[in-house]
Design a protein around this ligand. Structure first.
Ligand code: ADP
Ligand code: MG
Length: 324
């Protein structure tokens, strides 16, 4: 990200809560590029939520500066700032007596959009997050499952098309199967919307799966490493990172390879099964296997045989040129 101007820049940002003797976040420097998906990960209490909430000033920094696109946010009007930054939390925070449509339209209504435009935008967003507007727009939050509510939370955060999304353990309270599906859907969504995302989790596997870069916080808000998943898995900065990523790092690295990361050329085969660019190689191979097909159909490439897919994977591993 060094070649472009950062979208979000934290400069010596520090937070000490009143009446406490230690910094919740000690002076932190971090640059986040435009369209980058950055994950903050670390054990409970290490300052992830505090860091995130300082970016939209739900928490006031004790010292330091936070720049968004040339604006020092510590000097801007907090309400205005929050309307231009989407925020998604684990508790979702949908308003119970408002319909799904009204919940999604919350920020546009505050911004004074005309009614028809809000309605149109709500439908568009519900579709975007995989909910049928005809079926769900008029319902109330409690009539939806946890996973569906979380999708509405994402739709609501996207309503005014903010360039930045802050997400605090958004999939934390969801069962593992739904969670995995939401993670994949969200990756696919991000390929289209290209937001600058800061995402908090305590789950290293979720971080490795989602992040372009991962910031690993240690106890006492020390930033142990800020790097790509591949760099972290291959060159952990210290013993803390090594123990945090745990065993089987090399295998997990393989599991990270996505179809879209590979250098592929089309083959002349029939009956390839469609896959997505965000699918991992393992998922793509499994699809081909299940369909008893000779290969997979990759968007932007065309049909690719199972052999070519495996060869490209081996090449990517050997040359270590996988960039996420
Ligand atoms: P994380 O999200 O990584 O679990 P937090 O940012 O919530 O961590 O908390 C970091 C530290 O700040 C913790 O020690 C926590 O107890 C403390 N803390 C968080 N919020 C407050 C608060 N409002 N007042 C005092 N201390 C707080
Ligand atoms: Mg937290």
């Amino acid at each position: 990200m060094s070649d472009t101007q950062p979208m979000i820049s934290l400069r010596q940002v520090c937070k000490r809560y009143p009446g406490t003797t230690n910094d919740a976040v000690m002076p932190l420097d971090m640059d986040i590029g435009k369209g980058e998906f950055v994950v903050l990960v670390g054990p409970s209490g290490c300052g992830k939520t505090t860091t995130l909430r300082m970016i939209n000033r739900l928490v006031e920094p004790t010292s330091g500066e936070i720049w968004i696109d040339d604006v020092d946010v510590t000097r801007s009007e907090p309400d205005d700032l929050r309307r231009h930054i989407g925020y998604v939390i684990q508790q979702v925070g949908l308003i119970p007596h408002m319909t799904i449509e009204q919940n999604v339209g919350l920020v546009p209504r505050m911004l004074g959009w005309p009614k028809a435009r809000i309605k149109e935008r709500s439908s568009e967003l519900l579709e975007l997050v995989g909910l049928d507007p005809d079926k769900h727009a008029r319902r109330y939050p409690k009539q939806l499952s946890g996973g569906q509510q979380q999708r509405v939370g994402v739709a609501r955060a996207l309503a005014a098309d903010p360039p930045i999304m802050l997400m605090d353990e958004p999939f934390g309270a969801i069962d593992p199967v739904t969670r995995e599906r939401l993670q994949e859907e969200f990756l696919r969504l991000q390929e289209r919307i290209k937001k600058t995302i800061v995402f908090v989790t305590h789950d290293i596997d979720e971080a490795l799966k989602l992040g372009d870069r991962i910031a690993i916080f240690a106890e006492g808000s020390r930033l142990a490493q800020f790097a790509t998943p591949l760099e972290i898995l291959t060159h952990p900065a210290d013993d803390f990172v090594r123990s945090f990523i745990g065993e089987g790092a090399a295998i997990r690295r393989l599991a990270l390879l996505r179809v879209g990361d590979l250098d592929l050329t089309p083959d002349s085969i029939d009956g390839a099964v469609p896959v997505d660019r965000v699918h991992t190689v393992a998922q793509a191979l499994e699809r081909a296997l299940q369909a008893n097909a000779a290969g997979v159909d990759v968007p932007g490439v065309g049909p690719v045989s199972v052999q070519s897919l495996m060869l490209a994977t081996a090449v990517a591993r050997l040359t270590d040129q996988v960039s996420r």
